[in-house]
Design a protein around this ligand. Structure first.
Ligand SMILES: Cc1cc2nc3c(=O)[nH]c(=O)nc-3n(C[C@H](O)[C@H](O)[C@H](O)COP(=O)(O)O)c2cc1C
Length: 221
């Protein structure tokens, strides 16, 4: 098995942005297994682990999922391409920079090329209104992405597949009470690099003791 990088925990979590330019190089099964083993170490309410992780590598199945994903992308962002890529627009301020737009568009056009699509699924979740629902799986999803980082594998938590949710549930043979909580394409990055994700500074989003109370960390961040 390929050995993981000896990247430190904090360095790893500070240098794991979305990776959307993925090569079609296969991920060895034993590596994939390690990633999934790291994922299932994540938290869930009462440690109930009502999850299932569907690993999709079949080209036909990936393509069928990709059709819905592209539709979702098109409806949400593709239709706004000119507006969102307008040089006069401050994309970074709104969150979706032109480079993020292009990367997201690229993934939407090449989803099926990713060697693996991991679909995190929760049981007893279909139609749920429980505000805590996602908390019982997204920590584990982040574990998956961070473990992937250790093996030089990139990915991103996505949701555009939801346009075809019913068809995808059927394609994957999900139980009636289960719901997909995301779709994580994984692959060895074809371009880009591991780098600090752009975020609002800590001091801007932290409220010390009470909402609105500002405090600066010792590093000035
Ligand atoms: C709820 C949710 C849904 C998302 N859906 C998609 C998606 O469908 N496609 C995609 O490419 N990225 C998707 N993302 C990824 C976000 O765009 C990404 O986390 C954000 O832009 C930060 O990226 P960065 O870590 O590279 O800075 C989603 C993220 C979340 C949390």
């Amino acid at each position: 098995m390929t050995e993981p990088d000896r990247v430190g925990l904090l360095e790893g979590l500070r240098s794991t942005p979305s990776r959307r330019y993925l090569s079609d190089t296969p991920i060895p099964d034993d590596v994939l297994w390690e990633l999934l083993d790291a994922a299932v170490r994540g938290p869930s309410g009462g440690n109930r682990q009502q999850w299932g992780w569907v690993v999709v590598t079949d080209a036909g199945a990936k393509e069928r999922i990709a059709v819905h994903y592209r539709e979702g992308w098109e409806a949400a962002y593709g239709v706004r391409r000119d507006e969102l890529l307008d040089p006069a627009r401050d994309g970074a301020a709104e969150g979706l920079s032109p480079s993020s737009f292009r990367a997201t568009e690229h993934l939407a056009g090449h989803l099926a090329q990713a060697p693996v699509l991991v679909v995190p699924v929760l049981r007893n979740a279909a139609g749920s209104t429980d505000k805590r629902l996602g908390a019982s799986i997204y920590g584990a999803v982040q574990n998956l992405l961070l473990a992937a980082r250790a093996y030089g594998i990139g990915g991103v938590l996505t949701s555009f597949h939801l346009t075809g949710e019913a068809e995808i549930d059927e394609l994957l043979g999900l139980p009636a009470d289960a719901t997909t909580m995301g779709l994580v394409p994984l692959g060895y990055p074809a371009r880009g690099r591991w780098s600090l994700p752009h975020r609002r500074p800590v001091a801007e989003v932290v409220h010390w003791g009470r909402w609105g109370e500002v405090r600066h960390g010792s590093s000035g961040r």
